[in-house]
Design a protein around this ligand. Structure first.
Ligand code: GLU
Length: 427
């Protein structure tokens, strides 16, 4: 399928172009109707905002943020909001694009959305963070709503910030609207199991991969890049619930290695008392962060940001399996190198859907005003993720292709069917 240049459509930047390449590979194999393909290659709506925040010293600083809806054929837009100094439209549009496919792979009644603010949170006081969050949410209020677009946490955002978002929206509309964001505190319309959900989902998928490659998960050695919410829960659950050995971990402060396995609970306690960083952890050898990706391990789990695995380091990667906990960690060039080496890559749009799936459970609970217990959350999550894994694996076999392309084929076919049945407005 040819990329549509009609109407001077231009990719937002290199990350979005990479995301489109992944889509086009699947669209070709499945012989997707080009009318639908050309529609799905682009986001439906993009909002860019500049807004003031009164800093503690009285200065007014201007911040830049975004909210993007990629496609809403299957339901309201869904996706997180991240705070990062490098966040830009290229990144947010790519993340919104991936959300569409993530929701479709789990058959969630959502389209894809994403937001972000360019900000270094380490430089903000608690009050500045609150003022920034509340003003940003007011600025994007025209895009969001329980039936319209439901944001959630992402990099550097959390339950506390979701509570501020929910309160801000509720104050503006004049009534309490629990269903406007997910990932809220449990005693404020949040769901049991949401905080750990992405990590639990990655662990469920890693366990399923071990089954298909006939490897005992208890005998696997795993390296993880990233030790934020996703990386740390993935490490903890894989280790405690599945018995896997986590031998190496990296974060922005460096890498650590312990051949006998890292005590994850102990490391989390260390991190929490060390400004959120793993640097200096005494019970492991410290190594350069980049080395963690290239270690001789069974499974590599990138759980940080986009474009971590590139053509530069792909050739040095020794793991036979990569499970993508981050969004967009592997560039298409790196993926070609890895696939040629026979590496099995479980793509982000399947591996990290645990977060948005429990977000969906939270939204359903909020709308019904009826809440479930942790066992129900975990068993529903496991059932849905195992089913999705098997469907993707079958599609991979059927088309004799890689797992990412198989995941795209499956999710594109579902969204395409929604587009087709709804028709084009106006006719
Ligand atoms: N930010 C998460 C993701 O990338 C979760 C999105 C959500 O829960 O809506 O999947």
């Amino acid at each position: 399928m040819k990329l549509s240049t009609a109407g001077n459509l231009e990719p937002f930047g290199p990350t979005y172009e990479n995301a489109q390449k992944q889509f086009l590979k699947a669209a070709d194999i499945m012989e997707l109707d080009p009318n639908i393909g050309n529609l799905l290659l682009w986001p439906q709506r993009v909002l860019e905002v500049h807004f003031p925040v009164v800093m503690d010293d009285g200065r007014v600083e201007i911040f830049k943020g975004y909210r993007v809806h990629h496609n809403t054929a299957k339901g309201p837009a869904k996706g997180g909001i991240r705070y990062h100094p490098d966040t830009n439209l290229d990144e947010v549009a790519s993340l919104a694009f991936w959300m569409t496919w993530k929701c479709a792979i789990l058959n969630l009644p959502y389209g894809g959305g994403k937001g972000g603010v360019r900000v270094d949170v380490t430089k903000l006081s608690e009050k500045e963070l609150e003022r920034l969050s509340r003003r940003f949410f007011s600025e994007i209020q025209m895009m969001v709503g329980p039936q319209k677009d439901i944001p959630a946490p992402d990099v550097n955002t959390n339950a506390k910030i979701m509570a501020w978002y929910m309160d801000t929206y509720s104050m503006n509309v004049g009534y309490t609207a629990l269903g406007v964001v997910t990932g809220k505190p449990v005693d404020l319309g949040g769901s049991e199991g949401r905080t750990e959900a992405t990590g639990r989902g990655v662990s469920i998928i890693t366990n399923e991969v071990c089954k298909v490659i006939d490897k005992d998960i208890k005998k696997t050695r795993i390296a993880i890049q990233g030790f934020g919410n996703v990386g740390s829960y993935t490490a903890k659950i894989l280790n405690e619930d599945y018995g896997a050995k986590i031998v190496a971990i990296a974060d922005i402060s460096g890498g650590i290695y312990n051949e006998d396995g890292i005590d994850i609970k102990d490391l989390i306690a260390y991190r929490d008392s060390n400004k959120g960083l793993i640097k200096g952890y005494p019970k492991a050898k410290s190594i350069p962060a980049e080395e963690v990706l290239e270690l001789d391990v069974d499974i590599l789990i990138p759980a940080a940001l986009e474009n971590a695995i590139t053509e530069k380091n792909a050739k040095n990667i020794k793991a036979k399996v990569i499970v993508e906990a981050a969004n967009g960690p592997t560039t298409p060039e790196a993926e070609d190198i890895l696939l040629n080496k026979g590496v099995l890559i479980v793509p982000d749009i399947l591996a990290n859907v645990g977060g948005v799936t429990v977000s969906y459970f939270e939204w359903v609970q909020d709308l019904q005003v009826f809440f479930w217990d942790i066992d129900e959350i975990r068993s529903r999550l496991t059932k849905m993720m195992v089913k999705a894994f098997n469907e993707v694996y079958k599609t991979k076999e059927k088309y004799n292709t890689d797992m990412r392309t198989a995941a795209y084929i499956l999710s594109i076919s579902r969204v395409a069917s929604a587009v087709k049945q709804r028709g084009y407005y106006p006719m």
